[in-house]
Design a protein around this ligand. Structure first.
Ligand SMILES: NC(=O)c1ccc[n+]([C@@H]2O[C@H](COP(=O)([O-])OP(=O)(O)OC[C@H]3O[C@@H](n4cnc5c(N)ncnc54)[C@H](OP(=O)(O)O)[C@@H]3O)[C@@H](O)[C@H]2O)c1
Length: 381
């Protein structure tokens, strides 16, 4: 019998399919529709600063006629990720020119293509090829090179959130250490969107995960949720400092070869303490805003190494690498098989951007804030 999670996944997929516009299902498009999209609603900032203060929702003009290489896209969904907030604050490593449209990640549906565009057709779904593209908008006209086609048979929420966190998790599990079935990975912020993807992808590859979370009143339900996703062990930050943690590590065939650090500070130091000889710690985030400290003994005697990973850089350097296509295909297959679920999400219309951004900045509350561009799009039964 199908599990509750897979029943939910099937229902969502069916529902999303039948909710798709008639034009896409039939392949027929109204020849005059272009005139109705000469403007779009976008969430923008003219200056860097507190996103609660510098963002505003406004109508922007789109060119009425597409250039040869351009595509008209109707945005469907776009999440709010920590990097989006940092980009608006002006603290991120790369920043688009101002005035800028918010949002790095999201999915849109192609409505029309210019005559020179051969790789995209109306009805295709696309995600931005580069960071800083500005996904918090209803429509966009853009050169096709700025967009990457994505399978439109996956749920729209999965498509909107595939580019950053699932890809980051996939690359970190693949590119730093050779992991074989039975090997173990240890990670902090295991309940984050990245962490949940690590758990699910590792399960597919038969890799064990030791998952560290911060203590909380509803810890038991979070532990159950992560174990349902495929977590092998879930422990709190406090537990990692107890002798029992060493006992837990001893139950593994070999100590973790890879540690994934999204927090920094003391939490990262604990990760290093629990990886094995020549283990590698990959830092991808710094949610605690504290530097990483590595004990000297770990460097000299355990020969551990500490490196960083940045998904945007990987994408920029691998635009035409078949490995990127392969990764997206593999992730989409996992999604279709209901083996890779998007994080729990709170869906809001773009017009509620102030509430959404303020809430995202208060910290992760177990739900990603995700903008839905079409108010009529009913997503879950
Ligand atoms: N390098 C890359 O390519 C890349 C790619 C994707 C994401 N990231 C980064 O990864 C991090 C997580 O992103 P996400 O989208 O997965 O985040 P998310 O889903 O919003 O989750 C945030 C996580 O951070 C934890 N956290 C928040 N404040 C913390 C603190 N002071 N100390 C310890 N943990 C804290 C939260 O734990 P609680 O539930 O306990 O609050 C939660 O697990 C961000 O820094 C993001 O920029 C980097």
């Amino acid at each position: 019998m199908a599990s509750a999670a897979s029943r939910r996944c099937i229902l969502r997929s069916l529902h999303l399919f039948f909710r798709r516009p008639w034009s896409v299902l039939t392949g027929k498009l109204d020849q005059n529709y272009m005139s109705s999209f000469t403007s779009a609603y976008a969430i923008m900032n003219d200056e860097h600063g507190d996103p609660r203060k510098v963002l505003s929702g406004r109508n922007i003009t789109l060119s009425a006629k597409l250039k040869d290489d351009e595509v008209l896209v109707k945005m469907l969904m776009a999440p709010i990720n920590p990097a989006d907030i940092n980009m608006i604050e002006g603290t991120y490593h790369i920043m688009p020119k101002l005035p800028a449209i918010g949002g790095n990640e999201g999915v849109g549906e192609v409505l029309e293509v210019g005559p020179a565009v051969k790789c995209l057709s109306p009805g295709d779904w696309v995600i931005p090829a580069d960071p800083g593209w500005g996904t918090w908008r209803t429509h966009a006209v853009a050169p096709f090179r700025e967009l990457q086609k994505i399978d439109n048979k996956i749920p729209v929420l999965s498509a909107a959130t595939i580019a950053v966190n699932p890809c980051t998790a996939y690359r970190m599990l693949k590119d730093f250490v050779h992991l074989k079935p039975g090997d173990a990975v240890i990670q902090n912020s295991a309940n984050s969107a990245v962490g949940q993807n690590v758990i699910q992808i590792a399960r597919q590859w038969k890799i064990k995960t030791i998952n560290i979370i911060r203590d909380r009143p509803d810890k038991d339900s979070l532990v159950k949720y992560l174990k349902d996703l495929g977590a092998t062990h879930v422990v709190t930050e406090e537990f990692t400092r107890l002798p029992e943690m060493r006992d837990l590590i001893k139950t593994l065939e070999t100590p973790p070869k890879l540690a994934l650090n999204g927090v920094g500070g003391k939490s990262a130091t604990e990760l290093i303490r629990h990886i094995g000889q020549k283990g590698v710690m990959v830092t991808y985030g710094g949610m605690a805003k504290q530097p990483v400290t590595i004990p000297i003994g770990a460097l000299i005697f355990k020969e551990v190494s500490a490196v960083g990973f940045w998904n945007s850089k990987w994408n920029a350097e691998n635009k035409n690498n078949p490995a990127k296509e392969k990764m997206l295909e593999e992730l989409c297959e996992m999604i279709k098989d209901c083996k890779l679920m998007p994080p729990k999400s709170d869906l809001l219309p773009l017009t509620k951007y102030q509430e959404a951004v303020a809430s995202a900045m208060e910290g992760y509350k177990g739900q990603k804030k995700v903008f839905v561009m079409d108010d009529n799009m009913v997503l879950f039964p």
